[in-house]
Design a protein around this ligand. Structure first.
Ligand SMILES: *[C@@H]1O[C@H](CO)[C@@H](O)[C@H](O)[C@H]1NC(C)=O
Ligand SMILES: *[C@@H]1O[C@H](CO)[C@@H](O)[C@H](O)[C@H]1NC(C)=O
Length: 299
């Protein structure tokens, strides 16, 4: 009799195990990209579906078609993008038991903003994979590698001049995460997106508690990245305040030492992972992705 009960419960466990569906995945694309083309995130979605049988993957689209989706990456205020994403994900019946998220480039800092602002209204977000995100913003332009390059310095100064004008903040997405280390005060007061989400001026406790609920926050940095300046932003590092060449790590920054976002607590709890790949922006090896991301965090 005992054996029979044991056998039945074993069969039951097996059935439950076999019927378990993998945790769904939400994707947020980067600047100049769109949600679903086969040569970009559409192809990546197919790749994930092949690697994780039965997984539900949804790639966020901002706008009613591909053109609007691409343009929104430049012109749709990130605060509105986040409101929109919160509504779409809260209404998705496939996500109700919780989900993982993968961000691409600027999509990473927007995903983080979404988690911080409406995480308490969404099913649990488990792992957040950040591929080449700019968590401390940027201070430079794509392909402006050398800090001493004269033209780059000139354009940088020019953008510095206009980036914090309210008309540019509200009309150009990239201005909302422009971070001038020579002018931290102005950045904190006038950046309508990144400074807020990073709890620079005031600490929003909702942001902190929502972020801390993540099981894993995995940041991938591309060591030969020619698009993101400084690359350390992909690991939440940045320039040391007051100048534009010396770098500091997340752990050396005020956001961390004052634990303004809960990242110090998350680090102590082993929830932060800092990974890197040798290539340029978003260039990663599929085998590496399967071994280090899918097998560790997504299945
Ligand atoms: C999508 O279409 C609706 C209805 O026409 C419109 O109100 C909305 O602004 C459009 N979305 C975007 C991002 O343009
Ligand atoms: C903190 O963030 C939440 C969620 O976005 C928002 O509702 C609230 O108004 C914010 N609190 C302050 C003091 O800004």
């Amino acid at each position: 009799m005992k054996l029979l009960v044991l056998l039945i419960s074993l069969i039951h466990a097996l059935i439950v195990w076999a019927g378990q569906t993998p945790t769904p995945i939400v994707l947020w694309h980067g600047m100049g990209d769109t949600c679903c083309a086969f040569y970009s995130l559409g192809g990546f979605k197919t790749f994930l579906e092949k690697q994780i049988p039965n997984v539900y993957v949804t790639s966020l689209r901002f706008g009613n078609n591909t053109i609007e989706d691409r343009e929104s990456g430049f012109f749709m205020n990130p605060n509105d993008q986040i409101d929109y994403a919160c509504k779409v994900l809260a209404a998705d019946p496939n996500l109700q038991k919780g989900f993982n998220v993968i961000g691409f480039s600027q999509g990473c800092q927007f995903l983080r903003g979404m988690i911080q602002r409406c995480g308490h209204k969404l099913p649990p977000v488990k792992s957040f994979i950040s591929l080449g995100g700019q968590h401390q913003g940027v201070y430079g332009l794509p392909h402006c590698m050398a800090v001493s390059h004269k033209t780059c310095d000139y354009i940088r100064e020019l953008l510095n001049y206009a980036a914090y004008q309210s008309w540019l903040q509200s009309s150009l997405v990239q201005a909302t995460y422009w971070h001038d280390p020579l002018n931290e005060e102005e950045y904190m007061r006038k950046s309508i997106y990144l400074a807020d989400i990073n709890n620079e001026l005031a600490i929003n406790e909702t942001y902190r508690s929502n972020l801390k609920k993540l099981e894993n926050f995995v940041m991938v940095k591309f060591d030969s990245d020619s698009m993101v300046q400084p690359r350390e932003s992909e690991w939440f590092g940045f320039y040391t305040p007051g100048q534009g060449s010396q770098l500091q790590t997340l752990q050396q920054s005020r956001i961390y030492t004052e634990d303004r976002l809960g990242l110090q607590a998350m680090d102590r709890a082993g929830k932060l992972a800092f990974l890197s790949q040798p290539g340029d922006h978003l260039q990663f090896d599929e085998t590496w992705f399967i071994d280090n991301i899918i097998n560790k965090y997504l299945v």
